[in-house]
Design a protein around this ligand. Structure first.
Ligand code: B4P
Length: 192
């Protein structure tokens, strides 16, 4: 199995690039943001709980997202690999993911970390907020809170995987196709 983490701050292009990467490499896309928004749309108990955190720009509690990922892995036993988008976002989530994959005789193959400047991130998310139904993209204070959560709790997740030499940094500014080319080249290098 080839298991990829697409890593980076909110607005760095994870969702955008994931769509293209799963098509090229035949991976199953697991986005915790998308899974949570589906729960909210279906008005489940989990969704209602998650919404209160997401609307404030805070991370949803670890046990909620870890449980969701565990179920999604079990639901795809024949996958040739997974692309994790927006997960793991804390060290506890990274350790839980390692344990889940070890239980399936697998591991993370590569972490691609998208690097984008903060003002560009804010501009992209506010821009998406004009047209999408995502309430967390409409308020600049909420966007800045998400970036603060990233700095405080998520950035260190890259250090966890760097210890095992699994992280490649990729410039996340430029055209979507250019960035996709850089990401695909890193994957090809790893699989060669
Ligand atoms: P997510 O759904 O993961 O969303 P995100 O990180 O904010 O941004 P996303 O990845 O979708 O945007 P993208 O960069 O693709 O998380 C939302 C919330 O869910 C979190 O705040 C948290 O509350 C919760 N959550 C999710 N996972 C969690 C977890 N594991 N633990 C706890 N809580 C969790 O794109 C942004 C915009 O940029 C788009 O409009 C796109 O068109 C544009 N763009 C992309 N590439 C571009 C480029 N090269 N140039 C110009 N614009 C570009």
């Amino acid at each position: 199995m080839f298991n990829l983490i697409l890593f980076g701050p909110p607005g760095s292009g994870k969702g955008t690039q994931s769509e293209k990467l799963i098509e090229k490499f035949g991976l199953i896309h697991l986005s915790t943001g998308d899974l949570l928004r589906k729960e909210i749309a279906n008005q489940t108990q989990l969704g209602l709980e998650a919404k209160s955190f997401m609307d404030k720009g805070q991370l949803v509690p670890d046990e909620v997202v870890i449980g969701m990922i565990g179920s999604a892995l079990d639901a795809n036993p024949a996958a040739k690999g997974f692309l994790f988008d927006g997960f793991p976002r804390t060290t506890a989530q990274a350790e839980a993911l390692d344990t889940l994959l070890t239980g399936k005789g697998s591991e993370i193959s590569l972490v691609l970390a998208l690097e984008v400047g903060e003002e560009e991130l804010v501009a992209r998310l506010l821009n998406r907020g004009k047209t999408s139904s995502r309430s967390d993209d409409r308020d600049e204070n909420v966007i800045r809170q998400r970036l603060e959560e990233y700095r405080k709790k998520t950035a260190i997740v890259a250090d966890h995987y760097a210890k095992f030499n699994k992280v490649s940094k990729v410039k996340g500014e430029g055209s979507i196709d250019e960035i996709f080319g850089s990401l695909a080249a890193e994957i090809d290098k790893k699989r060669a």
